[in-house]
Design a protein around this ligand. Sequence first.
Ligand code: OFO
Length: 168
Amino acid sequence: MNTSIEKLLNDQVKFEASASMQYLAMASWADANGYNGVADFFYLQSEEERIHMIKLVKFINERSAKVVIPQLDKPKSDFESLNQLFETFLEQEVFVTQKINHIIFECLQQKEYNVHNFMQWYVTEQLEEEAVAKTLLDKLTIIGDNKSGHYLFDRDINMIASANQNEE
Ligand code: OFO
């Protein structure tokens, strides 16, 4: 594998690991603030990001390139509101999408078609995750500061997220 692609894939290992830790911090904040549904949602997101990271680690090894397990920055762990929590979720997903698009671009430039093919799974995943993050943030924008609205959002979050995925 071309060394610049190897470096990009290792960077992506770090981004997926960072996303996993960020969502763990968000789950913990939600747990501590009485939003149990939101906490469950982010605990699950955190696990999914870890799976994305491991999928990359295995692929890099399968291709006999070198995996570098990264050191991570501390995730953001204080949030002013549910809205801010979900803004962070959307920003995080948009950031990862940009990184994946960059890998796709570089794979085509460097004729790394196997890596390009492997990365398609991530392209689809990002489309879904960005759509879920946008839907949830839209709902919170409608709810505004309404406490009963927040209660219902917390109760129904997993239903809203899976309904969104089924629509695609
Ligand atoms: Fe790894 O799926 Fe989003 O970030």
